[in-house]
Design a protein around this ligand. Structure first.
Ligand code: XMP
Length: 326
C-alpha cells in the first residue's frame, strides 16, 4: 500500500466479501512490489503480524521468511501455536529462536519498568538482526503497522516499544495493513483462515508477561504469572467472556504474605487479577465479573499455581491506575 493517508473513499472492511476483495488487491500489490525477492518478518503471533504473515504467504509463499523470537515472556502455549499455525498448517518458512535465557539473564535484578522495557526491546532487535544477517538475499521487511500506529505516532506501541534495525539492514518496508483499523485487520485475518484465538486475541504488550512480573523478574514468579494467566483465560473462555471483556490478565507482585495449606503455614506470593473494558486504552473501566466466576478462579489459582497462596482483584479504573501494573 502506498501513502500513509487513508483515502476518504476507502470502504470500511466489515464483511468476508470486502475482506476477500482487500486480500486479492493486496496479494497482487505484494507480488508487484516484491517480485522474486525475499521478505523477512518478525512474527510475534499477535493479530497484526499474523495477518501480515498470512497475506505474504498467500502472495509470495516461501519467499517470506518469518522469525519467531521466544523471549520467555510469552503466554502459555503461544510459541507452540505460532509454529503449528504458520509452519505446519500454512507451510511458512519459519525460524524459531529460543532466546529465553538471553532475555532472562539480561533482566535479572532489573526492577525499573522502563529499563525492563528497554532491555527487552534492545535484545529483541539484536536477536532479530543476528538472524537477518545469517540470511542471504533479503530485500524487504514486513511489518504489522496498522492505521492507529500511523495516526498516533506517539501512541502506546511507539511510545513503549523501542528500537529499529541497525543501518546495515536497511530493508524496504512492506506494510500491507497500514491503512486498516484493528477491527478490519481481524476481519481480514478471519478471511485468511487464521484461528479465532489468534484473530480475536486481546491486546498483549510487546514486553509481554515481563511487565506483569512486577519488579525484578525471577523465573519462578514468571511461571506463576504464566500459569495463572492461562487459568484466567481458560475460565473466561468457559464463561463465554472471550472477546467480550477487552483485556484480562494476572500480575504477580514481588511481595509475600502468610497463608495456610493442608494445615501448614505458607509464605507465598499473591496473584492479582485484572479485567478491564475500554475503547481506546486511554481510560478504562473495571469489568463487572460474576462473583461465582471470581471464586472459581481464586480456587483454581491457589490450588494449581506453585508458590501462590492468595488472590487479589484489582478493581481500580484508569485513571487513577494504568491498565498494566508497570
Ligand atoms: P497502560 O498500562 O498504559 O496500557 O494503561 C494501555 C494499553 O497498552 C498496553 N501496553 C503496552 N503495549 N508495549 C505495548 O505494545 C508496551 O510496553 C505496553 N505497555 C502497556 C497495555 O497492555 C494496554 O492494552
Amino acid at each position: 500500500m502506498s501513502g500513509n493517508v487513508r483515502p476518504a473513499s476507502m470502504e470500511r472492511i466489515t464483511t468476508p466479501e470486502l475482506a476477500e476483495a482487500f486480500i486479492n488487491e493486496q496479494v497482487a500489490a505484494l507480488r508487484a512490489q516484491i517480485g522474486s525477492k525475499k521478505v523477512l518478518l518478525a512474527l510475534s503471533g499477535g493479530v497484526d503480524s499474523s495477518v501480515v504473515a498470512a497475506l505474504l504467504i498467500k502472495a509470495v509463499g516461501k519467499q517470506l521468511v518469518c522469525v519467531h523470537v521466544n523471549h520467555g515472556l510469552l503466554r502459555k502455549g503461544e510459541p507452540e501455536q505460532v509454529i503449528r499455525v504458520f509452519r505446519d498448517e500454512l507451510g511458512a518458512e519459519l525460524i524459531y529462536v529460543d532466546a529465553v535465557d538471553r532475555f532472562l539473564d539480561a533482566l535479572a535484578g532489573v526492577d525499573d519498568p522502563e529499563r525492563k522495557r528497554k532491555i527487552i526491546g534492545k535484545i529483541f532487535i539484536d536477536v532479530f538482526a543476528e538472524e537477518a544477517k545469517k540470511l542471504d538475499g533479503i530485500e524487504f521487511l514486513g511489518q504489522g503497522t496498522i492505521y492507529p500506529d500511523i495516526l498516533e505516532s506517539d501512541g502506546i506501541k511507539s511510545h513503549h516499544n523501542v528500537g529499529g534495525l541497525p543501518p546495515e539492514l536497511n530493508f524496504e518496508l512492506v506494510e500491507p495493513v497500514k491503512l486498516l483499523y484493528k477491527d478490519e485487520v481481524r476481519v481480514v485475518g478471519k478471511a485468511l483462515g487464521l484461528p479465532d484465538n489468534m484473530v480475536y486475541r486481546q491486546p498483549f504488550p510487546g514486553p509481554g508477561l515481563g511487565v506483569r512480573c512486577v519488579g525484578a523478574i525471577t523465573r519462578d514468579r514468571l511461571e506463576a504469572v504464566r500459569e495463572s494467566d492461562a487459568i484466567l483465560r481458560e475460565e473466561f473462555a468457559n464463561a463465554g467472556l472471550q472477546g467480550k471483556v477487552w483485556q484480562y490478565f494476572t500480575i504477580v507482585p514481588d511481595f509475600k504474605s502468610t497463608g495456610i495449606t493442608d494445615g501448614k503455614r505458607t509464605y507465598d506470593w499473591p496473584v492479582v487479577i485484572r479485567a478491564v473494558n475500554t475503547v481506546d486504552a486511554v481510560t478504562a473501566e473495571v469489568a463487572e465479573l460474576d462473583f461465582k466466576l471470581v471464586q472459581k478462579i481464586v480456587a483454581r489459582i491457589t490450588s494449581e499455581v506453585k508458590g501462590v497462596n492468595r488472590v487479589l482483584w484489582d478493581v481500580t479504573p484508569k485513571p487513577s491506575a494504568t491498565i498494566e501494573w508497570e
